[in-house]
Write a protein that binds this ligand. Structure first.
Ligand code: B12
Length: 238
């Protein structure tokens, strides 16, 4: 069990909306108890709590706490993985609720984490927010080879493509993947966004992306702006 050095900061109780018992959900995520986390998220949904509130106030506190412990090497991969699994089960329950708010698709977005990188919590959140804003999102998951990004973008006639990377060793594949789009002759058909903790606006410009999203909110703003600026249409198959 994790060292109690790091705790959920005081004040979370005051920030979280009252009238619902959040602590048990924080604990379930922190301890990676995915069965109980799922039950509590479902109970929050059944209590008509806004899914964004469940994400921000229910899922993040326990996840961020474990994330900080992982960074401080107080816990290691196995503990972090079970917390990530509980987080993802919670995300999966709220995802359709947020997507259902959207009316008609504003564009098609292909999202994935680049080659060699297994981190997918951040890009899953961006996906949920994009769906909430009306995008049809095809999420390719993690460790995505450039060819797969290209094939999916072509097949789905994507308007935008997003590459997530969390490791300083894998951000390089954002650049490589953009170069592969160029070589395949389809860079002109899509807007490309990059994101993930080690990225920046400076990096986005350097690697030839059309934009960088610091977080999910920025990513959505940028995607909504770019989708209005049409790229060259995809060729229609004969
Ligand atoms: C969870 C986690 C894991 C989990 C991943 C589980 C999963 N399913 O994702 C596990 C345990 C598997 C893991 C493994 C490893 N990890 Co790790 N991991 C983390 C941790 C704790 C949290 C990452 C996260 O989910 N953050 C929360 C999300 C919400 O934030 P985010 O991803 O940045 O996303 C936001 C934005 O960046 C943006 N965004 C994200 N993607 C995109 C995409 C687009 C297009 C846009 C526009 C925006 C956008 O929007 C998101 C939402 O706001 C971080 C440390 C930390 N505290 O951040 C380390 C961290 C990223 N891991 C790290 C390391 C070193 C590893 C390992 C190499 C460890 C090891 N020794 O094996 C392995 C690598 C495995 C691999 N090949 O990928 C280092 C990376 C250091 C570096 N700079 O390279 C970190 C920083 C920890 C540390 N300080 O040492 N990890």
């Amino acid at each position: 069990m994790s060292d109690p050095v790091l705790q959920i900061p005081e004040g979370w109780e005051k920030r979280a909306p009252s009238g619902w018992e959040w602590q048990t959900l924080w604990d379930a995520i922190e301890n990676g108890d995915h069965v109980y986390a799922k039950e509590r998220v479902q109970q929050a949904i059944d209590a008509d709590i806004d899914p964004r509130v469940i994400l921000d106030h229910g899922l993040f506190p326990g996840f961020n706490l474990q994330g900080d412990r992982f960074s401080e090497q107080i816990i290691f991969i196995p503990e972090m993985l079970i917390t990530a699994r509980a987080m993802k089960i919670g995300l999966a329950l709220i995802r359709p609720l947020l997507a259902a708010r959207a009316e008609k698709p504003v564009g098609t977005f292909v999202m994935g984490t680049v080659l060699g990188d297994m981190h997918d919590i951040g890009q899953s959140i961006v996906t949920i927010m994009l769906e909430n804003a009306g995008f049809r999102v095809i999420n390719l998951g993690t460790d995505v080879h450039p060819d797969r990004f290209i094939k999916t973008a072509v097949d789905e006639k994507a308007d935008l493509v997003g590459f997530s990377a969390l490791l300083s060793t894998t951000v390089y594949y954002q650049k490589v993947t953009i170069e592969e789009f160029q070589k395949a002759g389809c860079r002109k058909n899509v807007h490309i966004l990059v994101g993930g903790a080690p990225t920046s606006q400076e990096w986005a410009s350097e690697c030839g992306a059309d934009g960088w999203g610091k977080d999910a909110v920025e990513a959505v703003k940028l995607a909504l702006k770019l989708v209005k600026d049409k790229r060259e249409p995809w060729a229609v198959a004969a």
